[in-house]
Ligand binder design. Structure first.
Ligand code: FA5
Length: 347
């Protein structure tokens, strides 16, 4: 068989292989095997040295033509296979755009933070300022300046965690009263502030008590402040928190730093005063402690009680949130159970 015959047969065979190739990889193998340096066409071209000078150009041109034809066929087939591969991928990787998306879970503010912010907003709307106190306090501000000298029996009600003899974790937010009173410039007007924050007591944890909880302190000092201002302010705030139809009542009580002192009750919002398990069948729920600032406390802060008077109150934030939302165990606030916390995305 002469070289031309050989090339023709080769072309036929390779053409068929190209035609039958199913994948791009298969096609590329054919290209390398046929047209590559070690492939049969190159071999034929090498064999040309044995041909006569007359035969050589014709066979050479024929071999080149066959190589170009096969290369073009391979290229064409490559495009077909590529399109096919793309179509297959499009079919296989179809996206169902109607499938519901993945929900991104939005967090919610902790119910205690929400309660605090809501109460802050009420007081801000009445021109109060918000003051931050210290969680680590001195015995001096926490007790002495609140008219609770060492050995005073009322200290027993607020046993603390001591860091040293004089430094402790504050047991209430009342020390902020003394700190603000002594730095307030009364030539510029009276003082109205609230101070929310964390407090600590050596109380045993149960459904209504925690060794760590939150209070909001309130203090107003100006000329001519009376018990009527205290009652009116608290009535306004409590109605904002618990609803316009609520009533309040003041009961005599005792705090060393206020005189007179009162416990403030709100009419029960569950039974409307008829008596139920929430109000322990009294029709009233105790909500906070308050009173007129004791003249001794004013004096210790450099304020003349003959000129100025004021009222103060302290409420438990957990207590407010528990009553409002019917939460029956204070420990839910601190255990970070999302099933509990997630329910309060509504304020
Ligand atoms: C006081 O702490 C006073 N400083 C409040 C005050 C301020 C009175 C200004 C007058 C003028 P009392 O110990 O009652 O008061 O605490 C206030 C509130 O804190 C309580 O009504 C209750 O809601 C909350 N509370 C007290 N102990 C705990 C506790 N262990 N766990 C959770 N809440 C508590």
């Amino acid at each position: 068989m002469n070289l031309k015959e050989e090339l023709k047969n080769l072309k036929l065979k390779v053409s068929q292989q190209i035609e039958q190739a199913k994948t791009l990889k298969e096609l590329d193998n054919i290209r390398v095997e046929t047209l590559g340096k070690k492939g049969p066409i190159t071999q034929v071209l090498h064999g040309m040295k044995d041909l006569s000078v007359i035969e050589r150009p014709a066979v050479g041109a024929f071999a080149n033509k066959i190589r170009d034809t096969l290369a073009a066929q391979i290229e064409k087939k490559k495009q077909i296979l590529e399109r096919q591969a793309l179509n297959d991928a499009l079919v296989q990787e179809t996206l169902d755009v109607t499938l519901p998306g993945k929900k991104v879970k939005r967090g919610v503010r902790h119910i205690l933070s929400q309660t605090q912010e809501e109460i802050e907003d009420i007081f801000l709307s009445m021109g109060y300022r918000i003051v931050e106190g210290y969680e680590v306090e001195s015995d001096h501000y926490n007790f002495e300046r609140m008219n609770l000298p060492k050995g005073h029996p009322a200290r027993d009600m607020q046993d603390s965690f001591y860091i040293s003899e004089e430094i402790l974790l504050r047991t209430h937010t009342s020390p902020v009263q003394a700190r603000v009173m002594e730095e307030h410039d009364f030539t510029k007007g009276g003082l109205r502030m609230i101070s929310p924050g964390r407090v600590f007591r050596r109380d045993t944890d149960d459904a209504t008590h925690s060794h760590q909880f939150h209070q909001i302190e309130g203090l107003v000092i100006d000329k001519g402040i009376t018990m009527g201002d205290l009652k009116g302010t608290l009535e306004f705030v409590i109605k904002k928190i618990f609803g316009e139809e609520r009533k309040i009542r003041l009961r005599p009580s005792f705090f060393p730093f206020t005189e007179p002192s009162v416990e403030v009750d709100v009419s029960c919002f569950k039974c409307e005063g008829k008596g139920c398990n929430v109000c322990k069948y009294t029709g009233w729920i105790e909500i906070l402690g308050a009173g007129m600032v004791h003249p001794k406390v004013l004096k210790m802060s450099g304020i003349d009680p003959e000129v100025y008077a004021g009222f103060a109150f302290g409420l438990g934030q957990e207590r407010i949130a528990m009553l409002r939302f019917g939460i029956n165990d204070i420990r839910y606030f601190y255990t970070n159970d999302m099933r509990f916390l997630g329910q309060f995305a509504r304020l």
